[in-house]
Design a protein around this ligand. Structure first.
Ligand SMILES: [Zn+2]
Length: 136
């Protein structure tokens, strides 16, 4: 096998520079779904995507998620209701009956999101509703 490479131009989202460190710090560096506390595996996940006008890089439009839960959220397999409940949609799961799928996704269905005490910094319910509308 011959390895091949090319150079590309990448558009950096400079407005997101502070989003990850601020979001992770506010939540004391834990996934808001499974409470994993391994900083290298945590992302600051937007509720409403950055590409939409409502997708501001603010704590109220974000929360830390581990890589698996962030991907599941972006793929709309895992959603969060306006009451901060985790909702796992089984129709997007290829192997929804495996032990790994149960442990990493299905077991969190119906659970509460790990939230900040400061209500003013919690995920914006309106943005959570918007995300669910986008997933419909
Ligand atoms: Zn997680």
């Amino acid at each position: 096998m011959i390895k091949a490479y090319t150079e590309t131009i990448v558009k950096a989202r400079l407005h997101l520079v502070h989003f990850r460190p601020q979001t992770l710090a506010a939540y004391r560096e834990r996934c808001c779904v499974c409470e994993l506390r391994e900083r290298p595996l945590l992302d600051a996940a937007h509720i409403v995507p950055d590409r939409l006008p409502e997708g501001a890089p603010t704590i109220r439009n974000g929360r830390p998620m581990c890589a698996t839960h962030h991907r599941a959220y972006d793929q709309e397999i895992l959603l969060v209701t306006e009451n901060y409940r985790v909702e796992v949609r089984g129709d997007g799961l290829v192997r929804g009956d495996s032990d790994a799928t149960r442990r990493t996704l299905r077991d969190f269905h119906g659970r509460s999101l790990w939230l900040l005490r400061e209500e003013g910094l919690r995920p914006d319910a309106e943005l959570l509703r918007k995300k669910i509308e986008l997933a419909a």
